[in-house]
Design a protein around this ligand. Sequence first.
Ligand SMILES: NC(=O)c1ccc[n+]([C@@H]2O[C@H](COP(=O)([O-])OP(=O)(O)OC[C@H]3O[C@@H](n4cnc5c(N)ncnc54)[C@H](O)[C@@H]3O)[C@@H](O)[C@H]2O)c1
Length: 251
Amino acid sequence: MRNKGKVLFTTGAGSGLARAVAQRFTREGGRVAVADFNLEAAKKTAADLEGAIALQVDVTSEDAVKQAVGAAHKHFGRIDCAFPAAGIADFAPIEDWSLERFNRMISTHLGGTFLCFKYLIPIMKAQRGGAIVTVASVAALVAQSGNAPYGAAKNGILQLSRQVAADVAADGIRINIVAPGSIQTGMTEPLYVKRGDGDLAKGAAMSGKRCPMNRVGQPDEIAAPVCHLLSDEASYTTGHCMVVDGGQTIV
Ligand SMILES: NC(=O)c1ccc[n+]([C@@H]2O[C@H](COP(=O)([O-])OP(=O)(O)OC[C@H]3O[C@@H](n4cnc5c(N)ncnc54)[C@H](O)[C@@H]3O)[C@@H](O)[C@H]2O)c1
């Protein structure tokens, strides 16, 4: 019950990592604002979680993020924690990217994280404290074929988070970063299916061979360290990037 009584605002929570964080955070005694571009998916996540609300948000829109954060704050009366995780995957050689496609990648990941900071931090400052975990990736740390704009966006999130963490530390707000390896979610399953010639399990097994633990991760294996970083267990930890990748980046 390490997050008992706390309120979490999370984006991308209709699926994958943020849904797992919303589920675990609720099991740990908190309540969650489940925001996603896909409102039906957000509602599905929230329906199983005691005290949760579902919100529609497009994290590339300043107005939409402002409204979603405002609605969550109005409903719960406070926001203690945040996990801005909305994201997209898109691979191609760099010469095939239009500027519009590139900007979509940057504005979804880096812009979405920036907007969440912009509208959540004043609330946390007024409360004299809060905790945020942002989502980078091993792609922020090592090169991956056809994934340069994603890697750039994720590296941007890493440094944006560290910079802001320093700015708000004296206000009692902690900001940490999680950098997952390959985790089986709605984002990666189509990639595993493609890699496995139509066979999800085969493709996931092939993807897992890239790391010393010889398997891909499951969403709750990210949710557990995220909920630790959001909780008071991590009360002296800020600006830290926790790599959770089955050892992928140590070899
Ligand atoms: N799964 C992995 O292996 C992995 C690894 C490293 C980092 N990540 C990152 O973790 C985060 C979550 O990914 P996931 O694997 O859970 O993916 P997912 O596809 O399962 O979930 C992403 C969610 O984000 C939502 N979304 C997309 N664009 C949005 C927008 N503009 N506004 C609001 N919501 C939007 C989608 O509707 C979806 O529900 C992403 O930032 C991703 O880049 C994932």
